[in-house]
Write a protein that binds this ligand. Structure first.
Ligand code: PLP
Length: 340
């Protein structure tokens, strides 16, 4: 039995999800003729109270399209130093949109309205024009941390006062919604655009959705084509998304429970230095300085447990749909049995 905690992207479609996929009614989505894609887009837009939605092959492409539609070359976007849009998308913001990034030194990937205010450039020809703020919820490198809704509202106010667009990289937004018992429409109201991954906690093989106004999504449609992301009978994949929205959202609480349980196990081990607070499905922890983290990862690997080393002694486990109760028992045993 392999316990794959590398990411929540490693899940495979369940049997009923596959059934929904093969039974999907499809058409050529480039001609706007795929009823299943249209249904997914409508469902998502309605759920979040936005005018429109657009299906994307990846979260990266959805984020990059959002950055492009909110900016002009030479502009500056504002985000956390750990933000996926800045650090995990191949430098895409610079390549695709010609924007520079003002990085905020946040806390677990989150920052305050005051910090945003401080990095906004003055309206002066010497400076890049600040035009977009991106936040990430939950934060990836921040260990699945959830934003405080009040702080997001404060940032929105700063955006309004300074004519900045507000984009949410909500790759794992459903994790935050479930953990904090928040309503999707609260986010729809606050953000100009939201990207959401169906292929993370929701268990789809592929797919992300971008939400926004009708005008934003019209622009995004052109940008998606430009990026090479317009797809044909893609309703087979959208069907997985529709199935996941109906069946895989509430159960995210299970992943959060599993993550918390393993965090407790780690906390009590003598070879572990520190475990970051666990709010959702990600556990970030550090081994004692004397232990080489690559060696630690390999030792777990030889026991069938796959985890990620994020460098500088930082280790990550991500819990998801394909992690069973039995695997949690085995993982607990393996961790307790390790000797250094
Ligand atoms: C996974 C992820 C994305 C998108 O990744 P893709 O692999 O391109 O779908 C974007 N933002 C965050 C925070 C992520 O974790």
């Amino acid at each position: 039995m392999t316990i794959n905690l590398l990411s929540d992207t490693v899940t495979k479609p369940t049997k009923p999800m596959l059934e929904a996929m093969v039974n999907a009614e499809v058409g050529d989505d480039v001609f706007n003729a795929d009823p299943t894609v249209n249904k997914l887009q409508e469902n998502m837009a309605t759920l979040f109270g936005k005018e429109a939605a657009l299906f994307f092959p990846s979260g990266t492409m959805a984020n990059q399209a959002a950055i492009k539609l909110h900016t002009q070359p030479g502009d500056q976007m504002i985000c956390d130093k750990w933000a996926h849009v800045y650090s995990f998308e191949g430098g895409g913001a610079a390549v695709n949109s010609g924007v520079t990034s003002a990085l905020i030194d946040g806390d677990r990937g989150m920052f305050t309205a005051d910090q945003v205010q401080q990095v906004i450039n003055p309206d002066d020809i010497h400076y890049a024009k600040s035009s977009l703020v991106c936040v990430e919820n939950t934060t990836n490198k921040g260990g699945g941390a959830c934003w405080d809704m009040n702080e997001l509202k404060n940032i929105k106010r700063v955006c309004n006062e300074n004519n900045l667009a507000f984009h949410l990289d909500g790759a794992r937004l459903f994790n935050a919604l479930v953990a904090k018992n928040e309503q999707p429409k609260e986010y729809g109201e606050l953000f100009d655009t939201i990207s959401i991954c169906l292929s993370k906690g929701l268990g789809c093989p592929v797919g992300s959705v971008l939400l926004g106004s009708r005008e934003h999504i019209k622009k995004a449609l052109r940008i998606r084509k430009l990026f090479g992301g317009a797809m044909r009978q893609v309703g087979y994949l959208a069907a997985a998304g529709i199935y996941a929205l109906d069946n895989h959202v509430k159960r995210l609480a299970e992943d959060h429970k599993n993550a918390k349980r393993i965090a407790e196990v780690l906390q009590n081990l003598s070879y572990i230095k520190k475990v970051e607070p666990v709010e959702t499905n990600i556990v970030i922890f550090y081994t004692n300085d004397a232990i080489d983290d690559v060696n630690f990862v390999n030792k777990l690997k030889s026991e069938g447990v796959l985890i990620t080393s994020m460098g500088q002694g930082k280790l990550r486990m991500v819990f998801h749909l394909d992690i069973s109760r039995q695997m949690i028992e085995k993982l607990t045993k393996e961790l307790n049995g390790l000797k250094f």
